[in-house]
Design a protein around this ligand. Structure first.
Ligand code: NAD
Length: 290
């Protein structure tokens, strides 16, 4: 049998941008379609594999690389994998982004690779877009104030997505433990959301005042947001891990996830005050989710 040459596209970060990867409205449209296909059972999303240098607790310092395979059916009909590294100390020690990713796409019939591409921007954009689609359906239509907890990479695309979904947003409050990062965030955000009033805050409670929408994307391992700081009717997107004390979750009228099994697979949770985690109980089949 003749061995065929394997040829595939290699797309640099600039190629990916040139293909429209920074067009938030377009990405939100695609993510909404993806959620619809997922709802119809036309996706396959196996559990992610996490490569760690230590245990879950040391991950905040030593980081991880996740392998995240998936298949999208319908008229998309493509398989692929995101290989995404998280090194939380990168911004502090190396002035480099925390996350970096590669994406590989495969032809479903032959299994052959079709393309290898930079996945860093795609990953950040799709994460923002997921919040944007959720906000379009679940946040108050006349929302005016967005509060961002965390002034890192993710909250830029989160902010752009929320502004795309809810154009009535006029004020953006930003809180981070690092004032330097808040200032740098605001400089860039002024270009990304020129019509909004953007202010930095020294405390989460101050930043949360008047928020219609909260997005948290930090690397914290301890809760930041207290339940009494969250007004009824607020839309929250929990992009990071541990930003909310568990009473925030208990107070919620509605909890929506893109994929519950993926959420509980790696024990991603808010920290309950009594030390028990309903998320883990659910995973063990007891379904004690409040
Ligand atoms: N849900 C998803 O699909 C998804 C996708 C991508 C990233 N993430 C998560 O989003 C989070 C943020 O990612 P990023 O790339 O923006 O990281 P980043 O390192 O660029 O930014 C994180 C920010 O959190 C701040 N921070 C840390 N502890 C804090 C605290 N106690 N209070 C306030 N601010 C604090 C840091 O100062 C930093 O500015 C990570 O936890 C990442 O794993 C989730």
């Amino acid at each position: 049998m003749v061995q065929q040459r394997v040829e595939f596209l290699y797309l640099t970060q600039q190629d990916v941008i040139d293909c429209g990867a920074t067009n938030m409205a377009m990405i939100m449209h695609k993510i909404e379609k993806l959620f619809s296909l997922q709802d119809k059972g036309e996706t396959i999303v196996p559990d992610k594999v996490a490569l760690r240098w230590g245990d879950a607790d040391s991950e905040a310092k030593t980081g991880r690389i996740n392998a995240m395979p998936g298949y999208i059916g319908g008229d998309v009909n493509i398989a692929g994998i995101k290989w995404i590294a998280s090194k939380p100390m990168n911004p502090l020690l190396r002035n480099m982004p925390r996350a970096s990713a590669l994406t590989i796409l495969n032809d479903v019939e032959t299994g052959f690779p079709l393309a290898v591409m930079d996945g860093t921007i795609i990953s950040a954009m799709r994460t923002g877009a997921a919040t944007g689609v959720a906000a379009a359906y679940l946040a108050r239509k006349n929302s005016k104030t967005l509060c961002l907890i965390g002034a890192g990479t993710q909250n830029h695309t989160q902010m752009i997505a929320v502004k795309t979904a809810i154009p009535s947003i006029q004020r953006i409050h930003v809180f981070d433990i690092s004032t330097e990062r808040v200032n740098a965030f605001i400089e860039k955000a002024k270009e990304e959301a020129p019509d909004a009033e953007i202010r930095g805050y020294q405390s989460a409670s101050e930043a949360l005042k008047g928020a219609d929408i909260i997005v948290s994307a930090t690397t914290t391992v301890k809760p930041i947001v207290k339940a009494e700081w969250v007004e009824p009717g607020t839309f929250i997107s929990n992009v990071g891990n541990y930003e909310y004390e568990f009473d925030v979750v208990r107070k919620a009228h509605k909890i929506v996830t893109d994929d519950w099994d993926a959420v509980i697979h790696r024990g991603i949770q808010t920290v309950p005050q009594n030390g028990d985690s309903p998320f883990f109980s659910y995973a063990q089949g007891e379904n004690s989710f409040p």
